[in-house]
Design a protein around this ligand. Structure first.
Ligand code: HSE
Length: 331
């Protein structure tokens, strides 16, 4: 008979060094894509993986082990975002308590504070763990139901649908709200499109990067963005790179954010000069996302050099659009 979460948690011999009861892989995302501020996002082929273990012999209610990106800086206890979201969701929303001492092991590849949605990956992991624990009947066959169940909660908690929704659903996603306030999402098919993302070592928290934005916009800027956002979607849907090269022009957030990131304006120019089709801020930054057909390394190095000239070290990743979104593996 198919194992479900309940039977796995109750089994002896899975504690400590045993196998996880649940593994969640969440992709990085790049939000906005130029003119699609707060409405468009895409999942990318860079992953954070979170394993949930039931550890009966452990004294603490929860422990967190992290490897990879920012491993030494992330909290190892209940103050960690994943643990906080897991327990708050279980207690306050689902009215349940955790089944016993838990350990979460995080393998992080998504750089923190980069504009690649690392905090979304933690929120999604915490929510998936909470909802999986609450509905013990979870099996491999009904993980999609679980993903749908955490969708609106993840937007409420994380606050940015253009990050969390593509991370859950995968691919290129438009996220907005219906007139009645309900979440409205639409996944748009894309052609294979490779990107290069360069991330400088520069602290530009989303809260700070939103504070630089003006509270209101001229109507002409809003009209400009509506047109460019629609063209961005159409260009990515059809793989029309010529159209994409004209689409990523924003008047809502980039004019205010680019100047606040040393070397970013130059890095975008260098990407375009070295063969990128189009480039924009990744999410709220400080990372820069370039759509690149060939010469991926050259574009990455060019962006990195611009940040170096501005006194910042930087790294780059050559990535594909991820279509699967969050992957949930039982046992
Ligand atoms: N759309 C959000 C912003 C994404 O640009 O502030 C935050 O990652």
């Amino acid at each position: 008979m198919q194992d479900n979460l309940n039977s796995i948690i109750m089994k002896d011999g899975i504690s400590g060094a045993g196998r996880p009861v649940l593994t969640v892989r969440v992709p990085a995302t790049s939000a906005n894509l130029g003119a699609g501020f707060d409405c468009i996002g895409v999942a990318l082929s860079l992953w954070n993986t979170f394993e949930l273990y039931h550890v009966p012999e452990q004294k603490e209610h929860i422990t967190i082990e992290s490897y990879g990106e920012a491993a030494d800086k992330l909290p190892k206890d209940h103050t960690n975002t994943i643990a906080r979201v897991l327990f708050e969701e279980l207690d306050e929303t689902l009215g349940q308590t955790a089944p016993g001492p838990l350990k979460i092991v995080c393998h992080n590849n998504v750089p923190c504070g980069s504009g690649l949605g690392s905090s979304s990956t933690a929120v999604i992991a915490g929510l998936v763990f909470a909802h999986a624990i609450a509905r013990r009947e979870l099996t491999c066959e009904n993980v999609d139901t679980l993903k749908r169940a955490v969708l609106s909660r993840s937007v409420e908690i994380e606050g940015h649908g253009d990050n969390v929704v593509p991370a859950l659903m995968g691919g290129l996603v438009v996220v907005t709200r219906s007139a009645n306030g309900r979440l409205l999402t639409h996944k748009v098919p894309t052609q294979n499109q490779r990107v290069v993302v360069c991330v400088p070592d520069f602290a530009f928290l989303t809260s700070k990067s939103r504070a630089v934005l003006p509270p209101a916009l001229p109507r002409s800027d809003a009209i400009h963005n509506i047109g460019h956002a629609v063209i961005t979607i159409e260009a990515l849907r059809t793989g029309n790179l010529k159209l994409l090269s004209k689409a990523l022009d924003d008047k809502m957030h980039e004019p205010y954010r680019f100047p606040a990131i040393p070397g970013a304006i130059e890095a975008r120019e260098a990407a375009l000069d070295n063969g990128a089709v189009a480039a924009c801020l990744s999410g709220a930054g400080p990372g820069i996302l370039s759509f690149v057909e060939n010469s991926h390394e050259r574009v990455g190095e060019a962006m990195k050099n611009c940040f170096a000239e501005a006194g910042l070290s930087a790294r780059y990743w050559i990535l594909d659009i991820n279509e699967s979104g969050t992957e949930i593996v039982l046992g």
